[in-house]
Design a protein around this ligand. Sequence first.
Ligand SMILES: [Zn+2]
Ligand SMILES: [Zn+2]
Length: 812
Amino acid sequence: MNNLQPSQQLFKHLTAYQSMAEKLSKEKENKEKNPNAYDFLEVESKIKNFWEKEKIYSTDVSKLNSKTYSIDTPPPTVSGKMHIGHSFSYSQQDFIARYRRMKQGVFYPWGTDDNGLPTERLIEKTKNVKSKDMTRSEFIKLCLRTLKEITPDFVDDWKKLGISADFDNPYSTIDDNSRKISQRSFIELFKKGLAYNKEFPTIWCPECQTAIAQAELEDKEHPSLFSTLKFSVGGKELLIATTRPELLPACVAVFVNPKDKRYKSIVGKKAKVPLFDMEVPIITDESADMEKGTGVLMICSYGDRFDADAINRHKITPRIVLNPNGTLNKHAGKYEGNKIKDARRHILNDLKEAELVTEQKQITHVVNVHDKCGTEIEFIPTKQWFVKVLDKKKELIKQGQKITWHPDFMKKRYDNWVEGLEWDWSISRDRHFGVPIPVWHCEKCNEIIIAEEKELPVDPLQTEKKCPKCKSKAKPEEKVLDTWATSSLTPQIASSLIKNKITIPYSLRPQAHDIIRTWAFYTITKSYLHENKTPWTDMMISGFVTLGGEKMSKSKGNVIQPQQVLETYGSDALRFWAAGSKLGEDLDYQEKDLVTGKKFITKLWNATNFVFINLTDYTPKKVKLEKTDELFLNKLNALINNTTKYFEDYEYSKARSEIEKFFWHDFADNYVEIVKNRIYNSSGQKKESAQFALYTTLSTIIKLLAPIMPFITEEIYQRYFKKNEKTKSLHICEWPKSKETKESSYKDFDLVCEILSRVRQEKTKAQKSMKAEIILTLEKKEKESIKDMFEDFKTVTTSKEIREGKFNVEFI
Ligand SMILES: [Zn+2]
Ligand SMILES: [Zn+2]
């Protein structure tokens, strides 16, 4: 706020808001001037209430069957508000959901993901409590109570956006049912020998003080000091370069390459560690890179994953110097209690003072940091729970191949992730809030005691158990499951809401690409381990929203709030924009795209009103069609075919542009103009034929557009079509049916439009009115082709006469 010079981004962002507000007030002015103008705010809010009241999107369990299209909806985390990325990707999945609802019926469940850190923080803040001061179940109860209070407001943004999921029967990943399903999954994996508890050098975040999974790591370029230190062997110097001198007290061995002639004579001897009064064995190992540093490698417990492997491989006893909170322990001697970075500084200083450093180089290297807090990770041996995945890479890649990925190049990201796995899936977290691991340990005989099905969901901290073997009191497991261990079961959780009438594989998982390695991978893994099935047959992967080509972020001040966009342009316009990019592609937020969407909405509204002024006493009935109408309806048929195909292939952006083109060009600019006269000035079959075509076209166009622009299409349906179609809502009408159509069946209509456009050009060129009468000369072939449509054609071109010869427009 006290920034005197706001960044350009922020400035741009502010002007964007100002112009939005200006447009909004202009909108209101226009409305006062023209009472027939489309008031999206009023209509969208009315239609939203109508859907809710009539429960249009509620699942009717009795209607679910094998043909129902099922969606494993991403559950958003209840924290703050819907952001622009949400509005983008949820719109895209909703296009598919709405299409499928009309085509074959959908199961489109809704849930929220509430067992992670964001929810814990949110509850602590709103209720002014500390999760750790309460029992876990008390905190979970408070959580569920608070979520009940705040979720309706949170979810309302999704409803305003027109998301058509079943909000009436939602789940939360922390509710009793989800905890039960998650714990049951753990028990089953344990019984199958696929979940195990092991003391293991685990990836550890010293900031969050918990074990984390490989999927939570991010690479970060980091400057570092590469120092060459003097070790010694039998009084002779042995130089070793390292970036982590603070791990000297954890040094347990020194590796040299077996081919390295320089060090042949010292293999098997002991090296003295500088500053610390201890000696470590010198061992040959291929992993010592002769080219790097001095070719000698210091092995510590644990500098990285490689150290952990090496120590394991050579069966060396580790010397752990790091406490879980990131300070050094008593093995570090006088450095005990130092944080890692302080210890590094102190030890380097002392080494220099003792002249034990020969060379120092500034380097930049890539380090692993925790994605949630940016802290460099460490390796600490702790007892954690893992799920076996490393020995199943091949099978998991095969599972990925059974799924159809949209777009298909996203599958490569999944393959790369699985191929690059280096650890089993670590599923336990040293946190208080979450789904408890349903286990007790007997400290006397090492028996692991598992909860029984009837106890679930259970919190071991509040349930006493005796060891069935030695009868001594068992110690409850304090850890909770990682959030992904539960959210990887969203299909099973959603199925439980509908008495398992639909089970895996679901038809679709929609999600963003940044969570392929987590949410997608873990869900595929669980469905494979439990049921040897894929969780879904198809996946659709959305891209991100950018602003001026840059990722939006609060710190950059370049965040567009969808709530603001909804108020200024409405949901239909926002969705129109979201339909503008292909699946998987990032889309830049540009206000002009919203303006285009709004223009389209206005035109659709005006065209509809025009058509219905001329259809006031009309009820659709079969009629012998005039040639123009027949060919135009053939073209409409082709539109249905193309649009259907695009929606089938998740190509909603192609569907949008195809419908748009048809609407502007073929319908509004040409067909309506061509039949205007017949509607006004004729009667009987000729008029009825045009009326039939107009009615059919418009009712088809609003159905085809319904998935993308659900509000205006519903409003038009309710006003004009409902009385004939009898279905409560447009969105549960049947998708338009069509027969196979050849291009040849409407090419003469296209020719009419093409000549019409040439005539219009000539009139414009001659600065004549469009109503100016002409004598038109057409090539023989063209004239022949359109002769059955002469009457309409002559009227729309205001031709007195049509002659044969070279194309010419003569004004009279
Ligand atoms: Zn962390
Ligand atoms: Zn026991």
